[in-house]
Structures are given as C-alpha cells and as structure tokens.
Write a protein that binds this ligand. Sequence first.
Ligand SMILES: NC(=O)c1ccc[n+]([C@@H]2O[C@H](COP(=O)([O-])OP(=O)(O)OC[C@H]3O[C@@H](n4cnc5c(N)ncnc54)[C@H](OP(=O)(O)O)[C@@H]3O)[C@@H](O)[C@H]2O)c1
Length: 93
Amino acid sequence: MENWSMKNVGSLSNKTVIVTGANAGLGYEATLALAKKDATVVMACRNAEKAEKAKQAILQKAPKAKLEIMTLDLSSLKSVHTFANNFLLKHKR
Ligand SMILES: NC(=O)c1ccc[n+]([C@@H]2O[C@H](COP(=O)([O-])OP(=O)(O)OC[C@H]3O[C@@H](n4cnc5c(N)ncnc54)[C@H](OP(=O)(O)O)[C@@H]3O)[C@@H](O)[C@H]2O)c1
C-alpha cells in the first residue's frame, strides 16, 4: 500500500482553514500544503511581523495562495474572543 501524502488530497478550493501558529514549524508547513491545494487559509498568529514574513515566503512557493493574516494570541481568552468575532464578520463558513 502506498503511503498517504498530499497527493491524495483533492482541491480544497471551497474550504476555509484556520491555522494557528502559521508562521513557523508545523503551522507554516500546514499552511503551505493547504494553500497549494487552493484552500483559503487564515494565518492566525500573535506576531504580525513574523506572519507577514511567512506569508511572503509561502507566496514565493505558491503564488496563487489565498492567505489572510489575523491576530490571535492563544494565551489570552480576550484575544481568542476578538479573533472569533473578527473571523465571523468576514467569513460565512
Ligand atoms: N506529538 C508530537 O509528536 C509532536 C511533534 C512535533 C510537534 N509537536 C507539537 O506541535 C506544536 C507545534 O510544533 P512546532 O515544531 O511547529 O512549533 P514551533 O515551530 O515552535 O511553532 C509554534 C508556533 O506556535 C505559535 N505560538 C506559540 N504560542 C502561541 C500563542 N500563545 N498564541 C498564538 N500562537 C502561538 C508560534 O508563534 P511565534 O512564532 O510568535 O512564537 C509558532 O508560530 C508544539 O506544541 C509541539 O510541541 C508535537
């Protein structure tokens, strides 16, 4: 049996995905992989500068990536609440 890979994933063009910690490590790689499959990816990061840098790096690799940076600090419930409200203002699903 062949190992699972992103090749097994079809188009995600109708999906919106929130990735926390999208500027580094697993979050960065997940954002890149999902963007390559045409998902709209909300990069939920606590540091806007790092997030923008990661966004530009992903756009170099996937120029058509649909990426949106939103501020989220998971250590603050106030930030989580604000993030959720802002997300719902912009996204229907
Ligand atoms: N179980 C396993 O086998 C396994 C394997 C690998 C990883 N992990 C876990 O998976 C997670 C991610 O690993 P990683 O290697 O990708 O880590 P990483 O490279 O250190 O990335 C962590 C990401 O989370 C963000 N982050 C940290 N605290 C945050 C907060 N309060 N609010 C919002 N974002 C925050 C960081 O943002 P900043 O850049 O602003 O700091 C960064 O973007 C870790 O918890 C790690 O322990 C588990």
